[in-house]
Design a protein around this ligand. Structure first.
Ligand SMILES: *Cc1c(COP(=O)(O)O)cnc(C)c1O
Length: 618
């Protein structure tokens, strides 16, 4: 497996040289002594890792009385003199450095470095380290950049030098919390070293003289400091770095960005994922305002202010269950129109809730037949609610929403729709069609992350639904009260970060140009997919007029699905198995942050797979 890490950037004193980082300590003590101030070893060490002038100022900040800038500069001058006098005796290479660096270079990894020393100090250090076999490929000091640690500029200079544009391809290794912060600020992976570190602050002899438990507790304190600073890895000795790199590499490979050509979760935009980085409290007013804005925006995608959007924690099925469970009264009977697995799922929901219901089953590869609904409603007047799926994701069939709603309404029935995979992709005019409720979720055509679902429902209907739910956590009435009367308050813990992502995803939807633009992109995606695969002999099982532009079921023929799945995954695409039992099929979604170029690429990848299969047979 190719190594994804391209550079390791080491600190100097305490990390690769000068066990325990003692060179600067004496200098600071002497420096402050020269202005008549006694400082302790501990004070001298605390800001270690910063540029030495910043370090001097930090020590000055710890003093009981403030001192003048001129005194700081005087102390620094003496510090420098003292350091220059003895730096040469503190350049011993630490254990395992030479071997580890050789092993890293053997993997093609560049060795960079940053430091708290000035360039002049490094001039003394570099030849001494080289004489012992350690010479990094690049070295930069804080006085050669705008600012030293914890600013990231020294690391970024390394990345520029090595031609690395993604900081996640570099690892910063250090022995102070300032090193870790520098690495975090640069966007790199960070590793803290415990043994021989400044943070531990002990000589080899002191370490040897400690009892095992004494040393363990000192090391635990160092670990806690690195952890608090946000270190990605914490190791004793530098040679453990090789295992760390293997682990990072495994994570990077596992997390390779892929295009999901599935019915959801989908490929999402960076901004949507990035929106999750802020932690919010469920009860916070600012968060509640964001929640309210999300509900308002969703309502206006398909309806008007006569409707409410009741958000629910959970996947789309939770919203479907809440809709069926709560909005159907004790004396009401539901008629389900079923032409796929999602329709069947609603039967299971109604059955579990003990609802009074009937169903008409249709061919899965064809839309629901409106005339059969009409015939049914003509004959039986005990039906109160008609429920069906808009786009049956099982096959990709699109059901005639308008026709079905009009018929149901002409017989005075309520209409509930599972619009999970069509919401924000198809024009759904709830008030125009007088649809009473629909269920959808965050992770379909709104192109956000999974974890939130919602029911858009007539306010007057949900307000009458008190006590109708067989489930407490899915009680839409209670949830509605919290979210509307409570000004955006979820009854129970909400997926706060997921909500922030949904907020961003709705902003992206508007930015793209709303329904018209999104639908346009999906249609174009779908056309390229169907035409492209058609050219290589792979055809949809649903007739073009009955086919949605969201997800398509294709005949698999003699192709081997697991083999094709793995091959496509290695090319960066994830596809979906078919759900039909009658013939072997596979499914491709064309929704999410995917474009015509991606569609052309998946067609090419499938053609390549077929070519390779044919070659095998020859
Ligand atoms: C995705 C989907 C659902 C919800 O499924 P979950 O796995 O709960 O997200 C329901 N109905 C349809 C038509 C869907 O496409």
């Amino acid at each position: 497996m190719a190594n994804k890490i391209k550079a390791v950037i080491f600190d100097w004193a305490g990390t690769t040289i000068d066990y325990g980082c003692f060179a600067p300590i004496k200098g600071f003590i002497e420096g402050f002594k020269s202005i008549g101030i006694e400082i302790t070893n501990e004070m001298a060490r605390k800001p270690m890792g910063l540029s030495k002038i910043d370090h001097t100022r930090e020590i000055a900040g710890m003093l009981p009385e403030p001192i003048l800038e001129s005194q700081v500069l005087e102390a620094y001058k003496v510090f420098e003199e003292t350091l220059f006098a003895n730096i040469g005796q503190h350049c011993d290479i630490k254990d395992y450095v030479v071997e580890t660096v050789a092993a890293l270079r053997g993997q093609g990894i560049k060795i960079g470095s940053t430091t708290g020393y000035t360039a002049a100090m490094m001039e003394q250090v570099l030849p001494k380290a080289a004489a012992q076999g350690y010479s990094p490929d690049f070295c930069i000091a804080p006085d050669q950049t705008a600012k030293g640690r914890p600013y990231p500029y020294m690391i970024w200079n390394n990345l520029i030098q090595f031609g690395i544009s993604d900081p996640r391809e570099a690892v910063k290794v250090g022995d102070t919390t300032a090193d870790i912060e520098e690495g975090k600020n640069a966007g790199c992976w960070t590793v803290g070293i415990i043994v021989g570190s400044s943070e531990l602050g002990l000589t080899r002899d002191e370490v040897a003289s400690l009892s095992e438990s004494g040393l363990d507790s000192r090391k635990a304190a160092v670990r806690a400091a690195y952890y608090k600073a946000g270190a990605d890895y914490i190791i004793d000795e530098i040679d453990e770095l090789l295992d760390v790199l293997a682990d990072i590499n495994r994570k990077l490979v596992q997390n390779t960005p892929r295009k999901l050509l599935t019915p959801g979760p989908l490929t999402t935009r960076y901004s949507v994922k990035h929106a999750m980085l802020t932690d919010h409290c469920t009860w916070d007013d600012e968060y509640k305002e964001i929640t309210t804005s999300v509900m308002d925006d969703i309502t206006h995608i398909a309806a008007n202010d006569d409707y409410a959007t009741v958000l629910l924690q959970g996947s789309g099925t939770y919203a479907v269950e809440a809709m069926v469970n709560c909005l159907c009264g004790k004396n009401e009977k539901i008629l389900f129109l079923v032409n796929g697995e999602y329709g069947k799922r609603m039967l299971a929901i109604a059955n579990n809730a003990g609802k009074n219901f009937e169903h008409i089953d249709f061919d899965m590869t064809k839309p629901i037949i409106a005339e059969l609904l009409e015939n049914k409603l003509k004959d039986s007047n005990d039906i109160s609610i008609v429920v069906f799926v808009h786009c049956e994701t099982t096959t990709g069939v699109i059901n005639p929403l308008g026709k079905l709603a009009k018929i149901a309404k002409s017989y005075g029935k309520k209409v509930f729709v599972d619009a999970m995979s069509s919401f924000a992709a198809y024009d759904i005019d709830m008030p125009g069609l007088d649809i009473d409720a629909l269920a959808a979720s965050s992770n379909k055509c709104l192109e956000s992350l999974p974890g939130l679902s919602f029911v858009v429902v007539k306010k007057e209907l949900v307000e009458k639904s008190e006590g109708q739910s067989q489930s407490h956590s899915l009680d839409l009435f209670d949830q509605y009260l919290g979210l509307y009367a409570g000004g955006g308050k979820f009854r129970f813990t909400s997926p706060t970060n997921v909500l922030l992502a949904l907020r961003q995803a709705i902003d992206e939807y508007k930015k793209e140009g709303g329904l018209q633009a999104r639908r346009g992109r999906y249609i174009e995606n779908h056309d390229i997919l169907v035409n492209g695969l058609g050219n290589i002999g792979i055809h949809p099982i649903v007739a073009p007029d009955d086919q949605s532009y969201i997800i398509t079921t294709f005949e698999l023929g003699k192709l081997d699905f697991p083999g094709m799945y793995e091959m496509l995954k290695s090319e960066g695409f994830v596809i979906y198995p078919g759900k039909l039992t009658s013939i072997p099929t596979f499914r491709l979604g064309n929704i999410g942050d995917v474009y015509p170029t991606d569609m052309a690429a998946i067609v090419a990848a499938i053609a390549k797979f077929i070519g390779a299969e044919n070659d095998k047979k020859l």
